[in-house]
Design a protein around this ligand. Structure first.
Ligand code: G1P
Ligand code: ZN
Length: 544
């Protein structure tokens, strides 16, 4: 078979963001756009030539076409073996599991996570390193540098691979193993959790659950694990067939976009437990009857109860949370006596902490949690964690959370997103905040006094990598906090995120309406950030 060497010119906008390179489908379909980025991965990661690669995506529009291009390029660049999910499908956590299990030289995952899919929507590509985790900054920067100087790419002139037939085939010199996307991941889960206990819970007939796959990748995973292996009733998984456009929806498991499942937890006929996951299966939302568990609380509760779960019964070495995530887990770590790390936003910052066994569990406020079982956040893992906990405790989700608040206090938490802003306006808010940092400490706003104000920076304790400009933190007395940060995953304009948190240790005040509790901090955020004045918006577009 013939290998073509094609000339190309660099694109200037191929620097990966918080989680890989994300652009509109039309951008990725421009001549050589995807090819340049893939060649930059192959050129900058020396192990790949002669090595092996895991490949798969969340099934969104252009997934299959992109897989064919990547296969032909991998073959032309001397990759010896590709492990490919059937149909070109792999959830992000399953890809991480496969990279680790097969000790490959990395993986390429095609996804724009929770961003909408379809011809006019988003596409994305990310490279994961041999530990199974998102490439750290040094690697993404090396890929980016390569995209700036690229002059040619190599591709095999070959027939398309039949993505839907399991088994092995040759593509030029390269071996392609097409595997069931679900089975290795399902086996990993059965080793972590007590499947017998969860099976009994479902068999009791007293427990009703629904899982919303949001027409995205977790449908096949959830069906096999929940319905087939754990015996949940047929129909437990809703919207379970992955579609290229996610049914026209926004596959983001939060109270706004996963409205359908939220409704099932309300009213007289409410179900006991509900959950949802995102486009590529790494996020999770946990709901009880008439009850929403914030991702920050979910992380804290997992940390507090982990020893009840088979895989963590020996205890945790430590935990980590991204900086904007609430400090609820910090309190658990303090009481139970393990370390707690605060990292910048993005799962890649947890990799070294997990690899060096400094932490066992980690999570982000953005509906992500995970553990040392892989190196990505893991939506279904979180759902199984909660199911396992419910199977042991046999109380409601709300009871578990309220008990946690009584034991540790409650960190009220909310996030306000201002989406689609003019990039200069958004940068203006951040600059305005930066200019005030020195003089804010000591300032009083009603009952709140500023204790510290800074721009978050992080030095990785393992390899010393320094990451600066990771968001503005304004800390108040008694643990209240406002964080401002610009999103690094959007494909249009800029998104400003404002994260608000306040702590309450009085059990009589732990069940107040969140909007009421947060109102004073919302006003302070506006006063300090001048968001309305500088962006022309009178309120956030999404509140989670
Ligand atoms: C968002 C979340 C972040 C998460 C990332 C990838 O990034 O805030 O926690 O790691 O998506 O799922 P952002 O758009 O804020 O940069
Ligand atoms: Zn995701």
């Amino acid at each position: 078979m013939h290998i073509s060497t094609c000339s190309t010119r660099p694109f200037k906008d191929q620097r990966p963001g918080t989680s890989g390179l994300r652009k509109k489908v039309a951008t990725f379909q421009r001549d050589n756009y995807l090819e340049n980025f893939v060649q930059a991965i192959l050129d900058s990661q020396p192990g790949l030539s002669g090595g092996s690669l895991v490949l798969g995506g969340d099934g969104r529009y252009f997934n299959r076409g992109a897989i064919q291009i990547i296969l032909a390029m991998a073959a032309a660049n001397g990759v010896a073996r590709v492990i490919l999910g059937r149909g070109g499908l792999l959830s992000t956590p399953a890809a991480s599991c496969l990279i680790r299990k097969n000790q490959t030289n990395g993986g390429i995952i095609l996804s724009a996570s929770h961003n909408p899919g379809g011809p006019g929507q988003d596409f994305g590509i990310k490279f994961n390193t041999p530990n199974g985790g998102p490439a750290p900054e040094a690697v993404t920067e090396a890929i980016y540098r390569r995209t700036r100087e690229i002059t040619q790419f190599r591709i095999l002139d070959a027939e398309s691979v039949d993505l839907d037939s399991m088994g092995s085939c040759q593509l030029g010199e390269m071996l392609v193993d097409i595997i069931d996307p679900v089975s290795d991941y399902a086996e990993l889960m059965s080793g972590i959790f007590d499947f017998d206990a969860i099976r009994e819970l479902f068999a009791s007939g007293e427990f009703r659950m629904r899982f919303d796959a949001m027409h995205a990748i977790t449908g096949p995973y959830a069906r096999q694990i929940l319905e087939e292996m754990l015996g949940a009733e047929a129909g437990t998984v809703i919207n379970g067939v992955p579609r290229e456009d996610f049914g026209g929806g926004h596959p983001d498991p939060n109270l706004v976009h996963a409205h359908e499942i939220v409704e099932l937890t309300r009213g007289v006929d409410a179900i006991d437990f509900a959950a949802a996951s995102d486009g590529d299966g790494d996020r999770n939302m946990i709901l009880g009857r008439n009850f929403f568990v914030t991702p920050s609380d979910s992380l804290a509760i997992m940390a507090a109860t982990a020893t009840m779960i088979k895989a963590y019964s020996n205890g945790l070495t430590g935990v980590a949370r991204s900086m904007p995530t609430s400090q609820a887990v910090d309190r658990v770590a303090r009481v139970l006596g393990f370390d707690c790390y605060e990292t910048p936003t993005g799962w890649k910052y947890f990799g070294n902490l997990l690899d060096s066994n400094r932490i066992t569990l980690c999570g982000e406020e953005s509906f992500g949690s995970g553990s040392n079982h892989i190196r990505e956040k893991d939506g279904l893992w979180a759902v199984l964690f909660w199911l396992n906990l419910l199977a042991i405790r046999r109380v409601s989700v709300a009871d578990i959370v309220r008990q946690h608040w009584r034991d540790y206090g409650r960190n009220y938490y909310t996030r306000h997103d201002y989406e689609g802003l003019d990039a200069r306006d958004a940068a203006g808010v951040v600059q305005h905040l930066q200019q005030q940092l020195d003089r804010l400490p000591g300032t009083r706003y009603g009952h709140f006094t500023v204790e510290f104000a800074d721009e978050f920076a992080y030095t990785d304790p393992v390899d010393g990598t320094h990451s600066s400009h990771q968001g503005i933190r304004i800390g108040f007395s008694k643990g209240s906090r406002i964080v401002f940060r610009l999103s690094g995953t959007g494909t249009e304009g800029a998104t400003l995120r404002v994260y608000l948190e306040t702590y309450e240790d009085n059990p009589d005040k732990q069940d107040l309406p969140i909007a009421e509790v947060m109102a004073p901090l919302v006003a302070i955020a506006e006063q300090i950030g001048e968001i309305a004045k500088r962006t022309g918006r009178d309120g956030p577009s999404v509140i989670t």
